[in-house]
Design a binder for this molecule. Sequence first.
Ligand code: AMP
Ligand code: MG
Length: 351
Amino acid sequence: MKPTRVLKIDPQHIATVLIHEAADVLRAGGLVAFPTETVYGLGANALDAQAVRGIFAAKERPGYDPLIVHLAGAESLAEVACRVPPVALMLAERFWPGPLTLVLPRGPRIPPEVTAGGETVAVRVPAHPVAQALIRAAGVPVAAPSANRFGRLSPTRAEDVLADLDGRIDLLLDGGPTPVGVESTVLSLVTPRPTILRPGGVSRESLELLLGRVEVLAQPVRPQEVAPSPGTLSQHYAPRAKLILYEGPRDALLAALRKEALRLHGAGARVGLFLASEDLPFFEGLPLIMRAAGPARDLETVARQLFTTLRALDEAGVEVILARDFGAAGLGLAVRDRLTRAAGGKVVRVT
Ligand code: AMP
Ligand code: MG
């Protein structure tokens, strides 16, 4: 197995030669991992079924889980969708480039490999300058799921991509850590009312300012039930350690977390806590491994640090992670979604 080539690229001063090299790999049917503003993506030419199959092989991703197609701008929508409703253009105007994915009726040029055989296609325009430059230079729509092995934590740094995919992909553009840190919001526009299939970097509230009421798909969905959004499997985005999520008012939540952590520790387990920064003093001096994702009122930081914090707990060798919830407002909903999936649905509600 040939090690993956890594090209360091400065997002502020993009070296055109590097972009052209990566674009050539994409056009030749190869696989390129690149930074987006959400997480690192693993890209292939979305019009090349063979190349797209390569993504599934590299990630060990099951064929029923469709890919997001990335465009350089909304003007390319007609290349991938057969019908673009006015609401899609309005959302594109407001949120693109950015972490919003729209589910639209599939255009005839998109092979079934991309959409898992379905008649809809998920599309977005990423805001990261490296992603933008790469897609433009490639001149084709780029299918790109997150650049991790299926079911694992999403990669927010180049080293995370290598840890999962070294030797399995042709090229990695290392543009440093990704600024948003959670995946895009997936919004279906083929349902009677706009429906969030996966909460992400664009909040429900900001969508509702534009659209009025937006539904949120009830989760989690079983692996066998393919529709409506296969990425919404209950066990997903998971650290190696077993994770349990605690929801409820802060004081009661922290007390319950502390009690359970000490019980597990007493039973011989290596216990990790996933916390807000201001929670740390509450556990001072206890034999627990603690990591904070950020202050609870700064959800942007918490979202950005979510996956690296979970990775840090895995790297510290914990067997169990007890995680606190960060609420459902703003980016909190995306954080809750990822933690709930990492927990495989094991959520403790304290009152
Ligand atoms: P990833 O890029 O790895 O975060 O995965 C992309 C996710 O987007 C999938 O797992 C699905 O949840 C969602 N998705 C992609 N295409 C569609 C589609 N046509 N309909 C509904 N959801 C989709
Ligand atoms: Mg993914």
